[in-house]
Design a protein around this ligand. Structure first.
Ligand code: PLP
Length: 378
């Protein structure tokens, strides 16, 4: 059996999305900037997609800027806040995705304050307020859900603090867009970001939402695409796939939540019963934790450095840290950021609406075999 439990890294594409994209690829090959019929038809695909997406997240179409994915959208939000609004200081956290963390660290002449976190990666709101009181022109950049440990941001409180102290608010919603019903008006951030491949859409496409009251300039210079805010011939196939994937995700989002949360809770119960001294990183209470992610800390065992390899050998795909960093030797910056014992073996299992209980049962048997050296059914 092959079990894919690495859906926070990327998800398999929905067949409906593949159909939609194939249709667009075949029938809408005009350049959207061309004024002839072929171009106008291609442009139509983009604008229909933009309107669909905007309606789903309660935004206005002009608030959506298509990008090459979450990384570009995060970069654009941060660089716009600095270059266009004169932000002098950024408040962020040490467990942000590198799309935010590295962008912030590469800025010159901008002060960075790291907000304190508790041992589960939850933001210390009192410390955030203390930092905001200094009065500098500030951008707060805090992710909605952490991609490695799943801890959710209490965004209502962060939004209210940003309003109170007149700070800009950016939230990386890459792991939550398409997984919760997200309403940008209620969320209250100036910028949020999206990546289609996290919810059964294609890779290499996403968007940045920018509140309509803000005037931003492009990160990528070039033609007048995206109302002059992002040069380059649009990824029309990707845009159509993104809109379709978000539409599908939104159709029965509560059903997905119930299904996946059920699998996650079951896996936690079973691991606790079967593996002595197993622990979980990040918040575990469903209201405070992203239901698609489970970060497990295992007891020491002889072949611990081979954990992911051995799981993979038996057909269980998961990751240690995020996919982007799992090849690096420095370990997870997120686990270090919350002060976890990074020498203990750990793995992130992440689920999707396609994951089944049979797959979880198989994975549990393989985990028991690898960690405890027991030969169960696997
Ligand atoms: N932000 C978070 C929280 C992510 O998990 C990812 C993807 O791993 C990104 C940003 C980057 O998105 P993309 O792969 O579309 O560039």
């Amino acid at each position: 059996m092959k079990v894919y439990l690495d859906n926070a890294a990327t998800t398999p594409m929905a067949p409906e999305v593949i159909d939609e994209m194939s249709m667009v690829m075949r029938d809408f090959y005009g350049n959207p900037s061309s004024v002839h019929l072929f171009g106008r038809n291609a442009k139509g695909i983009i604008e229909v997609a933009r309107r669909k997406i905007a309606a789903i997240i309660n935004a206005e179409p002009k608030e959506i800027i298509f990008t090459s994915g979450g990384t570009e959208a995060d970069n654009m939000a941060i660089l716009c806040a600095v270059n266009d609004f004169g932000v002098e200081r950024i408040i962020s956290s040490e467990i942000e995705h590198h799309a935010v963390g590295h962008t912030v660290e590469h800025l010159e002449g901008v002060k960075i304050d790291w907000v304190k976190l508790n041992e589960n990666g939850a933001v210390d709101l009192a410390h955030l307020e203390e930092l905001l009181q200094s009065g500098e022109k500030t951008l707060v950049s805090l992710m909605h859900a952490n991609n490695e440990i799943g801890t959710l941001l209490p965004y209502h409180q962060v939004r209210d603090l940003c309003k109170k102290y007149d700070a800009y608010f950016h939230s990386d919603t890459v792991q939550t867009m398409g997984h919760y019903e997200l309403d940008v008006r209620e969320f209250g951030a100036d910028f949020i970001t999206c990546s289609a491949h996290k919810f059964h859409g294609p890779k290499g496409i996403g968007f940045l939402y920018v509140n309509k009251d803000l005037k931003v300039s492009p990160l990528i210079q070039g033609g007048a695409q995206e109302r002059g805010l992002r040069g380059g011939t649009e990824n029309i196939t990707g845009i159509a796939g993104l809109a379709k994937a978000l539409e599908l995700a939104n159709e029965d989002v509560q059903e997905h939540i119930d299904h996946v949360q059920g699998l996650k809770s079951y896996m936690m119960e079973q691991l606790t019963a079967r593996i002595p001294d197993v622990q979980f990183h990040g918040e575990t209470e469903p209201a405070k934790s992203l239901y698609t992610v489970l970060n497990v800390c295992f007891p020491e065992f002889e072949n611990k450095s081979m954990l992911l390899f051995l799981l993979d050998l038996d057909g269980v795909a998961c990751s240690g840290g995020s996919a982007c960093t799992s090849g690096s030797s420095t370990g997870s910056h997120v686990l270090r950021g919350i002060g976890a014992d990074i020498n203990r073996p750990n793995a992130r299992f992440s689920f999707s609406r396609y994951t089944t209980k049979e797959e979880i049962d198989y994975a549990l048997d393989v985990i028991e075999k690898v960690v405890l050296g027991k030969f169960v059914n696997a």
